[in-house]
Design a protein around this ligand. Structure first.
Ligand code: ADP
Ligand code: MG
Length: 248
């Protein structure tokens, strides 16, 4: 597959497995610099597995991953992060026993420097008012969705080159999802390339210009965002038919 300086992220025939269980089959797609791509598919299709392979948490069993034109296949997560790719994984990812603010401070000091701490906190709280309200609460007392908001705020203090965000909206109230998507649109305007993993197809397609639909670990669609909805409907239809057959 061809790539040039305008490509921020590229997967080339990527296969991946969890032990004997094969989860990805020759997945190929690319994302243009500064654009947003929606990574869609039903539960278990392989979306989070793609996110893990791209960020180095799970090695590809074959194929190649490139970030900004450099081959990162087999590199460690910290090395890929240093190349400008940030991954907000699904699930939690905060220190439960620390307050929301202590969680942010730990990350902001490292990413943005001690001198910028006050300004960084102010920006994060302006962007996510819910975190300002809960700043002194232990992060472990937040809902799963709210904890993902903390993880996102940690990463956005210094906008990364590529942000891979895995189902950020899961478990969040609709008004907070609005805040999340406004923040994503804002970092994209400032040049960050986005990979938005979502089950909420409408939300993701509202932001993204292109889309990938995964089905059983393979790419069922890669193209303009406008074509993804019809393919998603077919994939869901196939799934409900096979679920029906299995329950007979
Ligand atoms: N740690 C794991 N060990 C074994 N199988 C896994 C693991 N994580 C995911 N899988 C399997 O890999 C497939 C893809 O999972 P995943 O990438 O999490 O899907 P999605 O994010 O699209 O819901 C599923 O069949 C899932 O059960
Ligand atoms: Mg997932």
């Amino acid at each position: 597959m061809s790539h040039d300086d305008r490509t921020a992220l590229e997967l080339d025939d990527v296969c991946a497995a969890y032990g004997p269980y094969r989860a990805l089959f020759a997945v190929s797609f690319s994302v243009e610099k500064g654009s947003a791509i929606a990574l869609l598919g039903p539960n278990g299709a392989g979306k989070s597995t793609v996110a893990r392979v791209v960020s180095g948490l799970l090695p590809a069993s074959s194929g190649h991953v490139r970030v900004g034109g450099s081959d990162v296949t087999g590199k460690a997560p910290w090395a890929i992060a240093r190349m400008g790719l940030s991954h907000v994984p699904e699930g939690r990812g905060v220190f439960d026993s620390l307050s929301v603010e202590e969680n942010l401070v730990l990350s902001f000091r490292r990413r943005a420097g001690r001198r910028n701490l006050a300004a960084s906190l102010e920006r994060a709280y302006a962007r996510f008012p819910l975190l300002a309200e809960r700043r002194h609460d232990r992060a472990g007392t937040l809902s799963g969705g709210q904890q993902r908001l903390v993880s996102l705020a940690k990463v956005l203090v210094v906008p990364p080159g590529v942000l891979v965000a895995d189902e950020l909206s899961l478990g969040l109230a609709p008004s907070v999802v609005d805040d999340v998507y406004a923040a994503l649109a804002d970092v994209r305007r400032r040049g960050t390339t986005l990979v938005v993993v979502e089950q909420q197809v409408d939300r993701a397609l509202g932001l993204a210009s292109s889309a990938v639909v995964l089905e059983h670990g393979s790419v069922a669609y890669f193209g303009p965002a406008s074509g993804a909805r019809a393919v998603m409907a077919q994939v869901l239809e196939r799934r409900s038919r096979s679920d029906g057959a299995n329950s007979l």
